[in-house]
Design a protein around this ligand. Structure first.
Ligand code: ZN
Length: 302
């Protein structure tokens, strides 16, 4: 027999409506994801809790703090009903190229500002701050800045997206402001294991010196139209860049540089969960356990 957890695999729209079509159903799911071992007081960690059913709230028997499944989470203080939150999360995780706030506005029937704010809250929560290091064979390049443009719309734009992908594995993406040797080397040091077997990059002088006793560094010369030499290529990360470009053109239209990092986090999350049948549930779990992102944090100048 299928359990309700199994039903959450490979989430689709009919399942979403069936499973999370009401505030009660959404709330019940958040309770289980937030407190898998039983409701716990967020203030004193006490497990002796009374339920105030009519208000969907809890009352801590130790410190008398009254709270709900969403207290202290990014779902709190939001006028968006939980059903729409769940839909927004589904739409963002489901669409391969991402979904714009404008599309979200139309699909959910909410104000543009609401859609924009919630998209950003979701992005901030999926950020993987403690991702494991890449290892094995890693290819790494960057796009943007002056060296390789991201199309006409990007001319003059100095933000650069740098990324690395483990063959058959995960990606790590980040915004950098200039592609100096120090910055490129730091990105690689921060994101790859010391015993990474091989790092493949473009043939730029800034990449020299990446090899050491247990890591081979090989390059392909994109400037001379060399893209693949046997095993040596950077096609993995280049396909991520083409996805990013298509998202920007198709979904986001113009990405404000201030928010490029957030879009990269979103892309990273989707890409790294591409084989995860439970991406929707795991994203929900991240959201209910993530710190809140105040509106002023979102809108302050970069
Ligand atoms: Zn308490």
């Amino acid at each position: 027999m299928k359990t309700s957890a199994d039903k959450e695999s490979k989430m689709n729209l009919p399942k979403l409506v069936e499973m999370f079509g009401s505030d009660e159903k959404c709330r019940a799911r958040l309770v289980k994801l937030r407190w898998p071992d039983g409701v716990t007081c967020p203030r004193c960690n006490c497990k002796s809790i009374s339920t105030i059913a009519e208000r969907a709230q809890y009352d801590c028997n130790e410190c008398r703090y009254q709270f709900s499944a969403t207290s202290g989470t990014i779902f709190h203080d939001s006028h968006l009903p939980l059903v729409k939150w769940f839909m927004a999360i589904f739409l963002m995780t489901e669409s391969k190229k991402g979904i714009s706030a404008l599309q979200m506005k139309r699909t959910l029937g909410v104000a543009y500002q609401t859609a924009w704010h919630h998209c950003h809250r979701i992005r901030s929560a999926v950020r993987d701050a403690n991702a494991e290091l890449l290892r094995g064979i890693v290819d790494e390049t960057y796009v943007g800045g002056k060296v390789r443009g991201m199309g006409r719309g990007y001319r003059g734009n100095k933000a650069i997206a740098i990324g690395a992908v483990q063959r058959g594995g995960k990606i790590r993406l980040q915004v950098i402001h200039h592609a100096s040797k120090t910055v490129l080397h730091k990105f690689i040091a921060d994101n790859t294991a010391p015993d990474t077997e091989a790092i493949y990059t473009d043939e730029l002088p800034a990449y020299t010196g990446l090899a050491d006793a247990d890591t081979v560094h090989e390059t392909v010369n994109h400037g001379k139209e060399e893209w693949v030499r046997g095993q040596v290529h950077t096609n993995g990360i280049e396909s991520v860049w083409s996805l990013l470009k298509r998202s920007i053109i198709g979904a986001f239209h113009r990405v404000s540089m201030k928010h490029l990092d957030a879009y990269l986090d979103e892309l990273e999350h989707r890409f790294n969960n591409r084989k995860n049948e439970f991406m929707f549930r795991d994203t929900l779990t991240k959201l209910v356990n993530a710190a809140k992102l105040p509106y002023r944090e979102l809108t302050k100048a970069a």
